[in-house]
Write a protein that binds this ligand. Structure first.
Ligand code: UFG
Length: 334
């Protein structure tokens, strides 16, 4: 399939482009490069032997999207979005404009070009603050109230996509709800490159292991979890990438909205992540317990049965693999 990949130079997008090429598809990247580098394309070329085309454009630019789509596509995977939770609280209009507004323009252009197979980058954040008694989260679990504009933008975009499919049943829409994507490509050539001090746990731990930051601040050890620290379903980005190819191959052209959790089905605590990273890096990782971070939930992890049964997809990499690959990337990129 010839696939338009918006945000294909970003963290999850670039790994998905690798998986698409390795599965014999032809991805074309559209990226405005606000949070990604052009050099990613050459790195994808080194990994796969095929350098994908990159069109530098913003998905909000309807004319640009219409022009890109003139060359003919079978499907679109839509990653392009802003994703910093804290920044979204400070700049809600920026987030709604990029994420929701960008999806509007893209859908309009796709509809005009009769490209109606769409895979959407959603998030476990749509479940809000789940009752621990109801874990693991099922795709049928209630969608919660988000605690920030980033989360609301994902909830809104899911709803918009469901409405679009009702209005025009020809659409085939897969909503992929990611849990906590971490790790990096095994080659050490692709990974996450947050600018400034990372907000997310594993990129922060990586910088403590490398000595760039002095210690991890553990946000709370009084949660109702086995060791008191937050529990998340960390999933290797390369497994996540394969999940997109599986959704595309199983669902392309099939009319409807298909929702899947993409996680491992297992939760790990903040302290378990720190211990695994110490093991894999061989570096001491000092930490200090500080107060809870506003908006954090105690635990969430996925039921991944639906993706296993319907997409024939399951993860093959564990927490130690995630830390080992993250550490290789950390050493190569700095
Ligand atoms: N944490 C720390 N110290 C840090 C950073 C994080 O203790 O320096 C803890 C958090 O409190 C939480 C866990 O590590 O318990 C994971 O935090 P992350 O920031 O890595 O991830 P979140 O679960 O908060 O957020 C992620 C994505 C969001 C997405 C959300 C959905 O980053 O984009 O999952 O649940 F919305």
């Amino acid at each position: 399939m010839r696939v338009l990949v918006t945000g294909g130079a970003g963290f999850i997008g670039s790994h998905t482009v690798v998986s698409l090429i390795e599965a014999g598809h032809e991805p074309v990247i559209v990226d405005n490069l606000v949070n990604a580098k052009r050099s990613v394309v050459a790195r994808i070329g080194r990994i796969t032997g095929h350098e994908p085309e990159l069109v530098e454009a913003d998905v909000r630019d309807l004319d640009a999207m219409e022009k890109v789509l003139q060359s003919g596509y079978d499907a679109c995977i839509h990653f392009a979005a802003l994703k910093a939770v804290g920044e979204s609280v400070e700049k809600p209009l920026l987030y709604y404009d990029n994420n929701v507004g960008g999806t509007f323009a893209l859908l309009e252009a796709l509809s005009g070009a009769e490209v109606k197979t769409f895979v959407f980058s959603s998030s476990a954040t749509v479940y809000g603050d789940p009752d621990p008694a109801t874990l693991p989260l099922l795709e049928s679990s209630p969608i919660g109230a988000a605690t920030n504009p980033y989360g609301w933008s994902k909830i809104m975009m899911e709803q918009i996509l469901r409405d679009v499919q009702v209005s025009d049943p020809e659409w085939s829409i897969s909503l992929l709800r990611y849990f906590n994507p971490v790790g990096a490509h095994q080659s050490g050539l692709l990974g996450e490159d947050p600018s400034g001090i990372p907000n997310n746990l594993m990129p922060y731990v990586a910088k403590v292991a490398s000595g760039e930051l002095s210690k991890v601040k553990v946000f709370g050890n009084d949660y109702p979890t086995p060791d008191g620290t937050g529990v998340r379903d960390f999933v290797h980005v390369a497994d996540l990438a394969d999940g997109h190819v599986a959704a595309l191959e199983k669902r392309a052209g099939e009319q409807g909205v298909f929702t899947y959790n993409l996680g491992t089905g297992e939760g790990h605590s903040v302290l378990e992540v720190i211990a695994a990273y110490e093991r894999q890096s061989g570096k001491p990782i000092p930490y200090e317990i500080v107060g809870r971070r506003a908006g954090d939930v105690a635990s969430n992890w996925a039921s991944v049965e639906k993706a296993r049964l319907e997409l024939d997809w399951q993860t093959t990499r564990d927490l130690d693999d995630m830390c080992a690959d993250s550490w290789r990337w950390q050493q190569n990129s700095h």
